[in-house]
Design a binder for this molecule. Structure first.
Ligand SMILES: Cc1ncc(COP(=O)(O)O)c(C=O)c1O
Length: 406
């Protein structure tokens, strides 16, 4: 924090894949803000729909029997689209962290409602990132985010990020009757753009099924088109019990997140004549302006075939980024599926210097990953192959320039 003091880059405007800072510099937005701006910046269509909604009704909460029309429409739309299967319910939040909170509380509460309250532990992967609220901080797999707060939420565990056998062994050791859910990101973004090994996700889903552990897929960065399908679960053939989404749901025009909840998990709370209640709610969960933005966002993704376009862009990104392999300062190139890539450099100082140089050359990049040593590519889906190639050229020359001196 002391280092950024006085060096703020104030972003003032955006259009398509570009943003402008207050000094008028135009830069290509390679991280799409923070993995959220899927349909690109500066869409008047979304802005005016939000304004029209606010003029009609600025907000109405969704507690108890209250609802608002955009929230109902979006819930119906997502439940029909989503890979969690028929009869899905949706619980809305604002940030991804809200949705993780919903998923973890609901997972514990589900087993409690079924009369097995001992199933409480939430298992995640090392280096995972699930946001910054109570549960997100407690279950996340990066030690630096957990340090300094004293005791966090108990009954959480972490297993190796690539080994499905590690999950199987863990359940064998602690007993699946103590475990509520396994939560995983299909591609680990904040952990450094780490792609799943072949069959890993299908295997962990199988293990969850066999052990009666809820399978929770955190699609906060992979949802809404980033992997060339609406949800990563579609691409990997997964059927989560709970799917967590955020960011790209509205492309960031207004915060909206949520948890898509499969029929099995919803059932104890929704069955006719039932008395179980999941006592959770957020004043602005299901905010009508945010739900309106999400509905238009879905329309744009569909109308402009942006998700289909990711297939072509994915190949271009992979090919362009592969060319960086020749640089001595590049430790590892991470590519896999979708419009995501990471370039791991020697150390965070080089990564920071590269980001600074790229910005001066018109490309906004971010150094992420557990050690902040990985240059992140997660551009808006409206980026072109030429822009990807140019961005990689800029990153390449910045790496060459900054590598030796940092
Ligand atoms: C996989 C994942 N889950 C959850 C979150 C938390 O989302 P938010 O920052 O909107 O609370 C993030 C944020 O980057 C994320 O990448």
């Amino acid at each position: 924090m002391s280092q950024v003091k006085g060096h703020e880059r104030v972003i003032a405007r955006g259009e398509g894949a570009y943003v402008w800072d207050e000094s008028g510099n135009r830069v290509l937005d390679l991280p799409a803000g923070m993995y959220y701006c899927n349909v690109g910046h500066g869409r008047p269509e979304i802005a005016s729909a939000i304004a029209a909604q606010i003029e009609t009704l600025e907000a109405y909460h969704t507690f108890q029997s209250y609802a608002n029309r955009p929230a109902i429409e979006l819930a119906n739309r997502l439940s029909a689209l989503g890979p969690v299967g028929q009869g899905a319910k949706v619980f809305f939040g604002g940030n991804g962290s809200d949705a993780i909170e919903i998923a973890c509380k609901l997972a514990r509460r589900y087993w409690d409602a079924l009369g097995t309250p001992s199933k409480r532990t939430i298992v995640t992967r090392e280096h995972s990132y699930h946001g910054m609220h109570g549960f997100g901080t407690s279950i996340g797999g990066q030690e630096l985010f957990r340090a300094g707060y004293g005791p966090l939420i108990p009954e959480v565990a972490r297993v190796d990020k690539h080994s499905w056998k590690a999950l199987e062994q863990h359940l064998g050791q602690v007993g699946a009757d103590t475990v509520a859910a396994f939560v995983c990101e299909p591609v680990m973004g904040a952990g450094g753009m780490i792609f799943p090994e072949r069959n890993y996700l299908n295997q962990v889903e199988r293990i969850c099924r066999e052990n009666e552990v809820l399978f929770v897929v955190d699609e906060v960065i992979t949802g809404f088109g980033r992997l060339g399908v609406l949800f990563a679960s579609d691409r990997f053939g997964l059927q989560p019990d709970i799917l967590v989404f955020g960011k790209g749901a509205t492309s960031g025009y207004i915060p909206l997140s949520g948890a898509l909840i499969g029929a099995r998990v919803a059932e104890p709370f929704w069955e006719d004549g039932g008395t179980e209640i999941f006592r959770h709610g957020l004043t602005f969960g299901g905010h009508p302006a945010a739900c309106t933005a999400a509905l238009i966002n879905l329309e744009i993704l569909e109308r402009e075939q942006l998700i289909e376009g990711v297939g072509r862009l994915e190949a271009a990104l992979k090919a362009a980024v592969a060319s960086l392999d020749t640089s001595a300062n590049v430790v590892e190139i991470r590519t896999g599926v979708g419009l995501l890539a990471g370039i791991r450099l020697e150390n965070p100082a080089i990564a920071e210097a590269v980001c600074r140089q790229c910005y001066a050359d018109g490309v906004l990049t971010r150094a992420g990953g557990t050690d902040s040593d990985t240059i992140q590519f997660s551009p808006p889906l409206v980026i072109t192959t030429e822009e990807i190639e140019r961005a990689v050229e800029v990153v390449a020359s910045a790496i060459d320039e900054c590598g030796g001196g940092a």
